[in-house]
Design a protein around this ligand. Structure first.
Ligand code: BES
Ligand code: MN
Ligand code: ZN
Length: 496
């Protein structure tokens, strides 16, 4: 898809469809008023007939415009004629793309950046248009014989006023980078577990590293991890025919000695549960257990595309979790790289086992902050559903920075407590800790486990079990939290 900023007046533009907003109570946006004038009052007549009331999210597609060179007009309801919230703007955008992705429309001019959105400038609005459009037209085809996509949309021109053009261009660059990162993560995540193995993920990371001078990839093999003493991580991959990989991507955009932001993503390419086997229903969705890893790669792609003046290290521990004669057994005790022993009471709590050694490995990068993202607990779905990602951490400034970024990016998080009192749930009679905390507070006890390996730096954990993919008829990866992390990095870059 080709996105561009358009500052030429509407009457000179040729395209398959012009998207304009209309408000409740028969009120027209400036672009709609202009087109209304060009079409002998057609839009006002349609509103007058009640074919669209102007409620946010409604659409009407006008497919022939009498006595005009305009091909089509898509009217999009925006709600009340006043500054709208971020969420309502995004809802209107989603409706807009929904209204033009099925008809044979290839090129559109979108005039929705002119509407007033609370606290948002042209940069943000432009960027959201790109993010929402590219999210909506994404279609997985890798393993389909028929690769034709439902949408024919090929070019989106975002209409901007001349005095906003610079801000819009900035939004274009951000939107393109973030949408590319999201798309990259979604593509990887939607691949089946037999194709997207730890080796495949590592190859993709190497290829990504080759695309940017400031980005380099190294992959630690099982022998390297063995030498480092990563007994916890390796105990998970021992039950799989696929060798584990620890992908490390180094982006050096900042000052030579500025401390890096470390992003760690769980890269379980398939989680069968191991000997503590998961039930069959819905188990296919455990191919998505590498969404954290995919989001780390996608975020680094966005950061490199934006040439951010930061140092960022992405780490993706990648493995399968399978039942096998050599797999972990309940009651087994392993020794982590940090030297702490872990009693594996449930082999399905494997994410924390691969993450803990990666957290310890991150220490050698002397990080400014460490953020891990993981499809870690089904309990997060019980607590928070599929709207926000769970956020836990040992540093308020970092957590608040992530909360602020999540609001800007419309990629929400909700913080859960990590109080000391929860730590005792991880007590083991036979090792330094157990890998599960019982049936209560599963998301918190998982984070408590990780926190024991994150004591030497500022750390936050995002549980993305409910947000990384959609289930049901629209099953598919979301690319979250690439928008949130990209925003966090943009915010950090702007604070330099
Ligand atoms: N990958 C799963 C978490 C998960 C489950 C994500 C369902 C999304 C949907 C993780 O490895 C896991 O199995 N966690 C266990 C932990 C439990 C054994 C303490 C869980 O959530 O059941
Ligand atoms: Mn599991
Ligand atoms: Zn898992």
């Amino acid at each position: 898809m080709d996105y561009s900023i358009e500052t030429a007046p509407l009457e000179t533009l040729e395209c398959d469809c012009i998207i304009v907003g209309v408000y409740q109570d028969l009120q027209l946006s400036p672009a709609a008023a202009y087109l209304n004038g060009q079409t002998n009052g057609l839009i006002a007549a349609i509103l007058g007939r009640g074919d669209i009331s102007g409620k946010n999210g409604e659409t009407v597609l006008l497919t022939t415009i009498p006595d005009s060179t305009i091909q089509r007009i898509l009217l999009v309801g925006l709600g009340e004629n006043q500054a709208m919230s971020n969420k309502l703007f995004i809802k209107a955008l989603a409706a807009a793309v929904g209204g033009c992705k099925k008809p044979p429309i290839k090129s559109v001019v979108c005039c929705l950046a002119e509407c007033a959105v609370d606290g948002a400038d042209a940069t943000w609005k432009t960027r959201q248009i790109i993010e929402v459009f590219s999210d909506a037209v994404y279609q997985y085809t890798h393993t389909k014989s028929d690769k034709t996509t439902e949408s024919q949309l090929a070019a989106i021109r975002i209409s901007a006023m001349a005095d906003n053009a610079e801000a819009a261009q900035k939004g274009l660059a951000q939107g393109l980078a973030i949408a590319e990162g999201v798309g990259f993560a979604k593509n990887l995540a939607d691949l089946p577990g037999n194709l997207c193995t730890p080796s495949y993920l590592a190859d993709q990371a190497i290829r990504l590293g080759e695309q940017f001078a400031k980005l380099s990839t190294t992959v630690l093999e099982e022998a390297d991890m063995h030498a480092l003493g990563m007994g916890s991580l390796l105990s998970v991959s021992r039950g799989s025919r696929q060798p584990a990989k620890l992908i490390v991507m180094d982006y050096q955009g900042g000052e030579k000695n500025s401390k890096p932001i470390v992003l760690i993503g769980k890269g379980l390419t398939f989680d069968a549960g191991g000997i503590s086997l998961k039930p069959g229903l819905g188990m296919d969705e455990m191919k998505y257990d590498m969404c954290g890893g995919a989001a780390v790669l996608g975020t680094l792609l966005a950061a490199a595309r934006l040439n951010l003046p930061l140092n960022i290290v992405g780490m993706v521990p990648s493995s399968e979790n399978m039942p096998d004669g050599d797999a972990n057994k309940p009651g087994d005790i392993v020794t982590s790289m940090a030297g702490k022993t872990i009693e594996i009471l449930n082999t399905d709590a494997e994410g924390r086992l691969i993450l803990c050694d990666t957290l310890t490995y991150a220490e050698r990068y002397h990080p400014d902050v460490v953020i891990d993202l993981a499809t870690l607990t089904g309990a997060c779905l019980v607590a928070l559903g599929r709207i926000p990602s769970g956020l836990l951490g040992n540093d308020d400034e970092l957590c608040n920075g992530l909360i602020a970024a999540s609001e800007t990016a419309n990629d929400s998080v909700w913080r859960l407590p990590l109080w000391e009192e929860y730590q005792e749930l991880l007590k083991s009679n036979f090792a330094d800790m157990a890998n599960i905390g019982g049936k209560d507070a599963g998301t918190i006890t998982a984070a408590c486990f990780l926190s024991r390996f994150a004591e030497s730096f500022r750390w936050a954990h995002l549980d993305i079990a409910g947000t990384a993919w959609r289930t049901g008829p629209a099953k598919g990866a979301t690319g979250r939290p690439v928008p949130l992390l990209s925003q966090y990095l943009l915010d950090r870059a702007s604070q330099l």
